[in-house]
Design a binder for this molecule. Structure first.
Ligand SMILES: C[S@@+](CC[C@H](N)C(=O)[O-])C[C@H]1O[C@@H](n2cnc3c(N)ncnc32)[C@H](O)[C@@H]1O
Length: 285
């Protein structure tokens, strides 16, 4: 993975859209990824591929195609060009409001009724930590007082080691925080010269782990799983179904799964019932 390609802009001439689209439509199915997921973010992928071409001293994606055909290990590098680290705090505000008003109080009551004192959450594809920290803020600022004996802990996983190390630093530009309520920003962040740093008490409940969901998953079970803008946007249908089965195996009965708004679960019987289809929230029955 040390050959991974960064997201800095390239100095080489930009890849032409038509050749980029053709190349992605050729390689994505071989990576078990799907073109519609990449349509809007394709230029980000082009930049990384262009950098890779530069470092291999190749002149075109046609050359790269030939290179891939004789260097199978290169597919792993190409795969890393297709990780999209876009995220922000409190992304899809209405989803976090639904978690605050409906889902977490219900999971909290369920935990108390079962004599449990910990609510376990998993943020899969956590990028630089914006999603799991949003959950930590939400619990501490809005719900902890109502459930003083319940602790919320969050496991946050991502395939991208650079995203994980940014997440562990917990420092963000103002643009990442633009959807957060103003009072949350003042309470939960220190404004430093590098940016807005999540205060230690909000970082403490979150553990970060580098993990590829296609190869591994956490061992424990969770009351709440967030899998937004990853499997159900970028993976092909078989990989989506396999991932969903993995998630369900790791969900408590009565636990909740959150997918991205605008994403859909693959067809099939998975033992989930909608909690709010509008907000992409499902419950394990
Ligand atoms: C678009 S971001 C979504 C971030 C966050 N869930 C959100 O909704 O704001 C997708 C993340 O999934 C990660 N990812 C891609 N493939 C993965 C895989 N196979 N296993 C785990 N994480 C993966 C990427 O590195 C990226 O950080």
């Amino acid at each position: 993975m040390n050959e991974r390609v960064g997201i800095q802009p390239v100095s080489s001439k930009a890849m032409k859209d038509v050749e980029g689209v053709q190349f992605l439509q050729w390689c994505l199915p071989r990576l078990r990824l799907i073109w519609p997921g990449y349509r809007k973010v394709r230029r980000q992928v082009y930049k990384r591929i262009s950098r890779r071409l530069q470092s291999l001293e190749l002149h075109s994606v046609t050359d790269y195609r030939s290179y891939l055909e004789i260097h199978p290990e290169e597919w792993e590098v190409l795969d890393s060009c297709c990780w999209i680290p876009i995220s922000r705090f409190y992304r899809d505000k209405s989803v976090f409001q639904f978690l605050e008003q409906e889902v977490l109080p219900s999971l909290g009551r369920q935990a108390l009724a079962q004599g449990e004192s910990v609510l376990r959450c998993w943020s899969l594809g956590c990028a630089a930590g914006e999603e799991p920290y949003s959950l930590s803020l939400l619990w501490k600022l809005k719900l902890q007082a109502k459930f003083p004996t319940v602790r919320l802990v969050i496991l946050a996983t991502d395939i991208d080691d650079r995203a994980i190390s940014r997440a562990q630093q917990g420092c963000y530009p103002p643009s990442s925080l633009r959807d957060l309520p103003e009072s949350w920003r003042t309470q939960a962040f220190d404004h430093t010269a590098e940016g807005f740093r999540v205060k230690p008490e909000y970082q403490e409940p979150v553990t970060f782990l580098m993990q590829d969901i296609r190869r591994a998953a956490p061992e424990e079970t969770f009351h709440l799983i967030l899998c937004r803008y990853l499997a159900f946007t970028y993976f092909d249908s078989t990989l989506q179904s396999n991932t969903l089965r993995q998630l369900i195996e790791r969900m408590q009965i009565g636990g909740a799964l959150v997918i991205g708004t605008g994403e859909a679960l693959p067809d099939g019987e998975f033992g989930l019932t909608p909690w709010s289809e509008k907000e992409g929230v499902y419950r394990r029955v």
